[in-house]
Design a protein around this ligand. Structure first.
Ligand code: SF4
Length: 106
């Protein structure tokens, strides 16, 4: 069982109800389709630029809840202007010991 969470853009979260992300995770679709068995732990926001507060939550999720893979919501890479912190956040999460997948739903 792979434990996953979705990290999404705090700015986008103000207008998006996240149905696409949650539906993909719960139904093993799109970027979740290759998991044999997946447990969707939660979805959080980055809590605003530059994403430090969201990373604190990711750390807690790894240490206390066994989070293994963080999916960056599609909004983080697809919206314009693009998030300038994606690569940095990805690197910090990988240093904490979790994998990162860019994207949630298609
Ligand atoms: S850090 Fe990136 S993902 Fe977070 S609010 Fe800013 S633009 Fe959105």
């Amino acid at each position: 069982m792979t434990k996953v969470a979705i990290l999404r853009c705090d700015s986008a979260a103000k207008t998006c109800p996240a149905v696409g992300c949650v539906t993909a995770a719960l139904n093993k679709k799109d970027t979740f389709k290759d998991y044999e068995d997946v447990e969707f732990l939660t979805m959080i926001t980055c809590d605003g630029c530059p994403g430090r507060l969201g990373l604190n939550q990711i750390k807690q999720l790894i240490e206390k809840h066994g989070l293994e893979v963080v999916h960056f919501a599609t909004c983080m890479d697809a919206l314009k202007p693009k998030c300038r912190y994606v690569e940095e956040m990805k690197g910090e999460i990988e240093k904490m010991g979790a994998k990162v997948v860019i994207g949630s739903h298609f």
